[in-house]
Design a binder for this molecule. Structure first.
Ligand SMILES: *Cc1c(COP(=O)(O)O)cnc(C)c1O
Length: 329
């Protein structure tokens, strides 16, 4: 399987996912594969959930963040890393940096969820804030990388980040056996691209679908039109999927390996969040519910199939979580 690389880019391959798996072994949690009889009855499918809300720092992002920092040279590690993130990647980089003894600088939006900002600061990162509706975080990151000699590790558009995220699907397929379908949420597509690399290498007949919020379907538009479509920052409760465009690394991989990208509504995310809390005793953040909501709503037809569902994370502040779980009065 070869994927045509855009000029000047070396795309990650499944071999890089295997290398990442070696780097994170014993550091990242090997999260379980979970089943739910209620979910199976509801969908007529055989669903296997990969609960990355139980990952270190509460999301799959630890996999890619740790892998990307661990891959740096000793001199790069000494100088430190910089990134920008609306939350979970920030925590992943801050936490991985602390574990690896690498200084971290994080550029975060002013309106990032309070729990995520507090957790990131708690891991010892230096935090710089910006306005995500008016300022360009890429430019801020590039400027800091240049002026301070830091390595920029963006949240999704980086080969080692993509490879690290792919270890989630590698574990799921190795633990649960072959799948007919794999459902993965996307923002910038790092998790989806990495998981597609792993799924297609281990289980070539598995059809991989991306799932994004209705309000922010730039990935769907991009896949269907054959070029990266940029949209305004979408308003959705799925804050981890508010990324307005796919990456130069993630898009060609998604184009080559992903069947389709479907969308679900914020209401469907809330219903899935309640399902996870009530039936599976799992705290899942809105973005983490995207893949499951595609199965529950029929956005991807799953009846009669064996289906992997990645639950991407569980970092939701308790006040919002309580509101989501409270039935409308
Ligand atoms: C970052 C994130 C996503 C989106 O991941 P991408 O690699 O940008 O597609 C989805 N869910 C959660 C919980 C996240 O933190």
């Amino acid at each position: 399987m070869t994927i045509a690389s855009p000029e000047g880019l070396v795309l990650p391959s499944y071999a890089d996912v295997e290398t990442a798996a070696g780097r994170i072994r014993g550091v990242a949690h090997h999260t379980p594969a979970l089943a739910s009889r209620t979910a199976n009855e509801r969908t007529g499918a055989n669903l296997v959930f990969k609960p990355e809300n139980l990952q270190r720092m509460g999301a799959f992002k630890f996999r890619g963040g740790y892998n990307a920092i661990a891959a740096l040279s000793p001199a790069q590690k000494k100088a430190g890393v910089v990134t920008f993130s609306s939350g979970n990647h920030a925590q992943a980089i801050a936490y991985a940096g602390r574990l690896l003894g690498v200084p971290t600088t994080i550029i975060m939006p002013l309106d990032a969820p309070a729990a995520k900002v507090a957790a990131t600061r708690g891991y010892g990162a230096e935090i710089i804030t910006y306005d995500r509706y008016t300022q360009d975080r890429l430019a801020i990151g590039a400027e800091l990388a240049q002026s301070r000699g830091l390595s920029l590790i963006p949240p999704y558009d980086h080969p080692d980040v993509i490879a690290g995220q792919g270890t989630a699907a590698k574990e799921l397929i190795e633990d649960a056996g072959p799948l007919d379908i794999l459902l993965v949420c996307l923002g910038g597509g790092g998790l989806l691209a990495g998981c597609a690399l792993a799924a297609k290498a281990l289980n070539p007949t598995c059809r991989v679908f991306g799932v994004e919020p209705e309000a922010g379907n730039d990935g769907q538009q991009s896949l269907r039109s054959g070029k990266i479509v940029k949209i305004a920052v979408p308003k959705t409760i799925a804050d981890g999927a508010q990324t307005p465009f796919l990456g130069d690394y993630t898009f060609p991989i998604i184009q080559a390996l992903v069947e389709d990208i479907v969308t679900v509504s914020d209401e469907a995310l809330v219903a899935a969040m309640r399902f996870f809390a009530e039936r599976m005793k799992l705290v899942v953040e809105p973005t983490g519910c995207l893949a499951a909501a595609a199965a529950f709503t029929g956005a991807v037809p799953v009846a009669g199939k064996r289906v992997g569902v990645i639950i991407s994370g569980g970092n939701v502040d308790l006040a919002s979580y309580a509101r989501f779980l409270t039935p409308e009065g």
